[in-house]
Design a protein around this ligand. Structure first.
Ligand SMILES: Cc1ncc(COP(=O)(O)O)c(C=O)c1O
Length: 377
């Protein structure tokens, strides 16, 4: 099939940041590496496994760096993401999601002959279909029951209903019952620590109720997995979660930066992901316009922030433009000046780009392909 024509790389190794073509997706390597090691050290000290979510970074190089620091593997949401990671050499991938459709299940089972694969279920018919697919391929995969934690997305009711599905997994050829998926996604962006704690307390109760039902059925949960960048401290110290799935911590977007931390301390993670943009118009009275818009970052979680430029506020987005208002007394940026924007939401922003331009001390040190961008099936 003909490949889509994509942009050529926006930079070469050794370029200065100011010479990188815009818009470009930038990683500040010092901040990124520190974020990765901060989370790895936290998980080690807390005695929980770390399985970062690749729905954030979509990149084999990032996955390998997380694993080199101690992560047990990766999470994905889509079979296409799993294919990219396994083809790139990742040996342990959990699809923290439901997969419906025989063709997709067959693609997933192909991977199970080369890597340890896990899959989540919240319905008996999904379990039957996955077991049939595993038998067709002659493989065995891990099956986890996803429970509803208060997030109101996927997940069967905790307790007896979850235990019935676990029993079905345990009795299905080609499947091995491996545990409970319990991600509370809404809680990640509750702004206050009190709200986040209350939500995770509910998730923990749902897990305990399910563990009691599994116990009565004689089933053991090897893995209780969930958590994101907003709440991972709570899951790690809950006494029930054994694995953290956080993803955004590697980059820290503007939405996560708006979460208040306990005791008013700043987040332990720094912004490491930016859109480099160029000021393309200064004709407006009190604003300027840069050349990055919705083709370069998502807007569903709010406006990007202008990095280290007080007085500049992004107020409007269109496909190829962002309008930046100037606070009274703020000098207007020059035409052609480069501005770094911190995206509102990292995952869908990364999905718009072919490669990361990785910068250290103002110089391009690496270009990493984003192999799983657009892997939506
Ligand atoms: C199932 C699941 N686990 C983990 C995460 C990672 O969360 P975050 O990127 O907020 O750390 C997500 C994000 O949407 C998710 O859907």
């Amino acid at each position: 099939m003909p490949q889509p024509l994509r942009d050529s790389p926006s930079a070469h190794l050794g370029d200065r940041l100011e010479d990188v073509e815009t818009p470009s997706l930038i990683i500040d390597l010092d901040a990124f590496e520190k974020n990765l090691s901060t989370m790895a050290s936290f998980a080690r000290a807390a005695g929980v496994r770390l399985r970062p979510h690749a729905k954030t970074h979509k990149c084999v190089e990032v996955a390998k760096r997380q694993i080199a620091l101690g992560a047990v593997g990766q999470c994905v949401q889509k079979v296409g993401e799993a294919e990219v990671l396994v083809n790139g050499g990742v040996a342990d991938v959990l699809v923290s999601n439901q997969i419906v459709g025989d063709r997709k299940l067959d693609r997933l089972m192909v991977l199970a002959s080369r890597a340890k694969i896990g899959l989540c279920f919240d319905d008996a018919s999904q379990i039957k279909a996955a077991s049939d697919a595993a038998c067709r391929a002659g493989v065995t995969i891990d099956g986890l029951v996803e429970i509803e934690t208060g997030m109101q997305r996927c997940g069967v009711a905790p307790g007896e209903a979850a235990s019935l599905l676990a029993k079905q997994i345990a009795n299905s050829p080609g499947l091995r019952f491996a545990g409970i998926q319990a991600y509370q996604g809404k809680a990640q962006h509750f702004r206050t620590p009190t709200e986040r704690k209350a939500a995770i307390d509910v998730a923990v109760q749902a897990i305990r109720k399910t563990l009691d039902a599994l116990d009565a059925a004689g089933l053991k949960s090897e893995s209780i997995t969930g958590a994101g960048t907003g709440t991972f401290h709570l899951e790690a110290t809950s006494g029930v979660y054994s694995e953290l799935q956080a993803g955004s911590y590697a980059f820290m977007d503007a939405d996560y930066a708006a979460n208040q931390q306990a005791d008013g301390r700043p987040s332990e993670f720094a912004h490491s992901l930016f859109i480099l943009s160029t000021v393309m118009s200064i004709a407006g009275d009190g604003w300027c316009v840069v050349d990055a818009g919705l083709k370069s970052f998502s807007g569903e979680s709010g406006m990007p922030l202008v990095h280290h430029r007080p007085g500049l506020t992004v107020v409007g987005l269109s496909d190829e433009h962002s309008r930046i208002d100037l606070a009274p007394g703020t000098p207007k940026p020059r035409l052609g000046e480069k501005l770094l924007l911190i995206p509102g939401h990292c995952d869908p922003t990364i999905n718009l780009h072919d490669h990361y331009v990785c910068i250290r001390n103002g110089i391009v040190e690496a270009l990493w392909p984003i192999e799983a961008r657009g892997a939506s099936r």
